[in-house]
Design a protein around this ligand. Structure first.
Ligand code: AMP
Ligand code: GLY
Length: 424
């Protein structure tokens, strides 16, 4: 099989690393990829939203399957584009069509979906500039902190959590009337604040059957002790110790099943990953958000723990035979620690020469923001490298990730030394 992965981060390197191990694989392409994906496949210089260029490449290179990493091309309809094209319609795309991608593309859509199908989530209402006054009144009925969410995609920045009522009102106005997040905040969802501890559960579905993948917890803030600005994620751990069998059973019965059945009932034929962001409040799960893709850096701990052939599972998704596929998970703990460029998530420099790859032992280095420049691997993003390790427990796995974090060098390297601090 010839496979094309769309994307260029640590998530896509982890997919490529895993797919490269499949006996079903002939050729692996990654568009646009990074210096790490080039070690296990062939990078193709095409952007993920350039559907015409993707089409030409897929036809010329006899690609048999497309695996979509990020949400953008899904929300923009890459899967629909394939289905509408005579030459592409029989090539499976792993990732939902536009209708399913709305679960991430619109917070209002996803809240309505959850409410309709009885999936536990925070109470909410949505507002535009037409009913701003009602938005102020709704805020007055809530207790702080106040949660304001831009309806559309805002590159992970569209959620504000505010302690002060007056500030919440001002920000609501900034969002709906003054386009704080551009068109994404024309509509704003205001919801109740959920207490508890966050984790994520991932589902792979063919629209009918599903597999629940290993749970994971990521560390989103830039600084130690989960403080400072939000990032894409500074590290991750799988499995999550407090997500025991009893809790995961609740997640499956109260959340996964109603989600899969709800999609079917609404006529949404969903083939791909569902990333369920959860809050665990004293053993009761509720949904913070859906994403229509895998998480990053969660993928860097979840995918290595899957022992089964990922391409075989993807074939199951494509043929709607996922229920017949074996699915085995490694019992060991996996951790990943993200090396980032100094300054991230604000301004940072790129093009820093990276050294130390040869010294890495007992970890997998998943490239997130790197590129090959002559004989050097240089930094090309805020998040640079995810160091994933296995261990008997979190401490054991982390000791390997941290030891290798010291060995990789580049100017202004930064990483958090307290990943997993709340779990050990
Ligand atoms: P989202 O993009 O919806 O995942 O929101 C980003 C982050 O904001 C989440 O990962 C949570 O940490 C936090 N968050 C979102 N909604 C809530 C909520 N209702 N209660 C508490 N925290 C929330
Ligand atoms: N790590 C969070 C995300 O991928 O959205």
């Amino acid at each position: 099989m010839n496979v094309l992965i769309l994307g260029s981060g640590g998530r896509e390197h982890a997919f490529a690393w895993k797919i490269a191990q499949s006996s079903k694989l002939d050729s692996l392409f990654i568009a646009p990829g990074n210096a790490g994906t080039a070690e296990v496949g062939t990078n193709v210089n095409i952007e993920v939203n350039d559907f015409e260029a993707i089409k030409t490449f897929v036809i010329e290179n006899k690609v048999n399957m497309v695996v979509v990493g990020p949400e953008d091309p899904l929300v923009n309809g890459v899967h629909d584009f394939f289905l509408a094209d005579e030459k592409l319609k029989n090539i499976p795309v792993i990732g939902p069509k536009k209708d399913g991608a709305e679960l991430e593309g619109s917070k209002e859509f996803s809240k309505k979906f959850m409410q309709k199908h009885g999936v536990p989530t925070a109470r909410y209402q949505s507002f535009t500039k037409e009913n701003l006054e009602e938005g102020y009144a709704f805020l007055e009925t809530l207790k702080p902190p106040y949660v304001l969410k831009a309806d559309g995609l805002a590159a992970g920045k569209g959620v504000l959590i505010l302690e002060d009522l007056q500030e919440a009102k001002t920000e609501l106005k900034n969002m709906v009337a003054d386009a704080k997040f551009g068109a994404a905040s024309t509509t704003v969802v205001i919801e109740e604040f959920l207490h508890g501890i966050e984790l994520s559960v991932f589902v792979l579905t063919d629209g009918e059957n599903y597999k629940i993948l290993p749970s994971a917890k990521d560390y989103k803030r830039i600084s130690e002790g989960d403080t400072g600005l939000n990032t894409g994620g500074m590290g991750a751990i799988s499995p999550v110790p407090f997500a025991d069998e009893a809790f995961l059973n609740k997640v499956e019965e109260q959340i996964v099943k109603p989600t899969i059945n709800g999609l079917k009932a609404d006529g949404i034929d969903y083939k791909g990953f569902i990333f369920i962001g959860l809050m665990n409040d004293k053993g009761s799960p509720s949904v913070v958000e859906y994403n229509v893709r895998m998480g990053d850096p969660e993928t860097e701990v979840v995918i290595p723990r899957i022992k089964s052939d990922l391409l075989d599972l993807f074939e199951g998704v494509a043929n709607r035979t996922l229920g017949e596929k074996t699915f085995e998970v490694d019992d060991r703990t996996a951790t990943t620690v993200m090396l980032v460029s100094g300054g991230y998530p604000e301004a940072y420099e790129k093009g820093k020469i990276m050294t130390g790859f040869g010294a890495i032992e007992n970890s997998i280095a998943f490239h997130a923001g790197t590129k090959q420049e002559g004989n050097n691997i240089v930094t090309s993003g805020g998040r640079v490298l995810a160091l994933t390790s296995f261990g008997t427990d979190i401490k054991d796995a982390l000791s390997k990730s941290f030891a290798n974090a010291e060995k990789i060098n580049f100017d202004k390297k930064y990483y958090r030394t307290d990943i997993g601090f709340d779990l050990v």
